[in-house]
Design a protein around this ligand. Structure first.
Ligand code: PMP
Length: 440
């Protein structure tokens, strides 16, 4: 049996954590469950990191694909052509959102940050422009440049520079509208603000607008209607701004459709994906409409390299993940489990003093915890307490106050979760909310 106290000591001495620390020694996982060294079982309602284990822990098809590939080759220089990479590109092009379907080219990388860095460079090359607009509450990655896109609290505000020309507009956060409006009377002022911002808040040199369809780290603010996205698309087209959709969290079935972009009928110019698409392996992908590929990128010029971009193992895992999502109809499963959870959560919201808002889109759900439903004062400690108590009871939810932003309990389990596991997790959450609200 592992000496967890000893491990904690060594961890303290040798390991840097950048996103909080949880004193549990995770040994293995299967499906929607994972286990510590004592065999204690946890339901993984976060899929580890915000949806990564979308197809479930140790899915046999992913395990086999990786093992088979390791026997053949583990790494090839990105300049070589490579079968697993081409295969993965073909498969992703077939399911790509909007006008990218069967009309996109991919650069593969090792995660969401690299995928977004690639997207920004492509947009700048394609347009010859340098500014980028994102939204409040967004998270696009942890590199220095991407930090300038984040609309979040303290992680943005470290002692690092903000990349010049990267600015933000408010997002569609109807529960706390930044424009003092109420849907549907608002006429989507949050979307229309993009035009004013391009005109008055930039130097008129905007290459791209980048957005998560629903901010994952920022609190799951689901835009109320596809009209929001239609307006954004129209403004991007009017000003020659490329529209980048970041599907790192929302993609690969989680929303109830392949992409959240499909859910809202959005046709981006560039999209990025990572997390679940690797089935647990480090995979990022940037897809761009083929007709937008900048000329020198098309010439395979030396415009970009990540050494592990499109590694055979990553691509074999990615290909197998696409197959699993299709074969097991994971978007359909995500929609069904999402509806099952939402029914219970909205009932809980009605009876609870501290559940202010429930926002769901398939298996992508945010539960906003407040001290007072009238004032909507954020109950950050309360959300933290719910997280800790549920973890003790063997259910791992996400919470944005642990690291990141706010007072939202996040629910994004593997899409393969069973009814019994979903129901058990919901019962623990309901019971815990009732315990925590006694303090208010
Ligand atoms: N985009 C979004 C929407 C994300 O949630 C994340 C990670 N939380 C990233 C990009 C960055 O991905 P990675 O951590 O794999 O670099």
């Amino acid at each position: 049996m592992a000496d967890v106290a000893g491990m904690m000591k060594d961890d303290e001495k040798y390991i840097l954590h950048g996103w909080g620390k949880i004193p549990i020694n995770v040994k293995y996982g299967k499906g929607a469950l994972f286990y510590d060294e004592n065999g204690k079982e946890y339901i993984d309602m976060l899929s580890q990191t915000a949806g990564v284990m979308g197809v479930g822990h140790s899915h046999p098809k992913i395990v086999k694909a990786v093992k088979d590939q390791v026997e053949k080759s583990t790494h090839v220089l990105t300049s070589f052509i490579n079968e697993p990479r081409i295969e993965f590109g073909k498969k992703l092009a077939k399911v790509a959102p909007g006008r990218l379907k069967d009309n996109s080219k991919f650069y593969f990388s090792s995660g969401g940050s690299e995928a977004n860095e690639t997207a920004l460079k492509l947009a700048m090359k394609a347009t010859g422009k340098k500014e980028v607009i994102s939204t409040y509450y967004s998270y696009h990655g942890g590199t220095l440049a991407l930090m300038g896109l984040l609309g979040q609290s303290y992680i943005t505000k470290g002692p690092w520079p903000k990349f010049p020309g990267f600015t933000q507009i408010g997002n569609a956060y109807c529960y706390r509208c930044m424009y003092g409006q109420t849907y549907p009377g608002c006429k989507f002022e949050c979307a229309r603000h993009l035009e004013w911002h391009i005109q008055y808040g930039t130097q008129g040199d905007v290459a791209a607008f980048i957005q998560e369809p629903v901010p994952g780290n920022g609190g799951h603010q689901v835009p109320p209607d596809k009209e929001y996205f239609r307006i954004i698309r129209e403004i991007c087209d009017k000003y020659g701004v490329l529209y980048i959709i970041d599907e790192v969290q929302t993609g690969n079935g989680r929303s109830g459709k392949w992409w959240a972009a499909d859910y809202f009928d959005v046709s981006p110019d560039i999209f990025t994906t990572a997390k679940a698409i690797g089935g647990g392996m480090a995979v990022g992908a940037t897809g761009i409409r083929s007709d937008l590929v900048p000329k020198d990128a098309a010439r395979e010029d030396q415009w970009h390299i990540f050494t592990y971009g499109g590694s055979p193992i990553a691509c074999a895992a990615g290909s197998a993940t696409v197959d699993v999502i299709i074969e097991e109809d994971l978007p359909g499963k995500a929609a069904r489990q999402g509806a099952r959870m939402t029914e219970r959560l909205t009932a809980l919201q009605k009876e609870s003093k501290i559940v202010g808002d429930v926002r769901s889109m398939g298996c992508f759900i945010g539960v906003e915890i407040v001290k007072d439903k009238k004032t909507k004062e954020k109950y950050i400690d309360g959300a933290g307490e719910i997280f800790g108590k549920c973890l003790d009871k063997g259910v791992f939810f996400g919470v944005s106050n642990m690291a990141g932003f706010g007072n939202v309990v996040k629910i994004k389990p593997p899409m393969t979760i069973t009814d019994e596991e979903t129901d058990r997790a919901m019962s623990v959450l309901e019971e815990t909310v009732r315990e925590v609200e006694k303090n208010v």
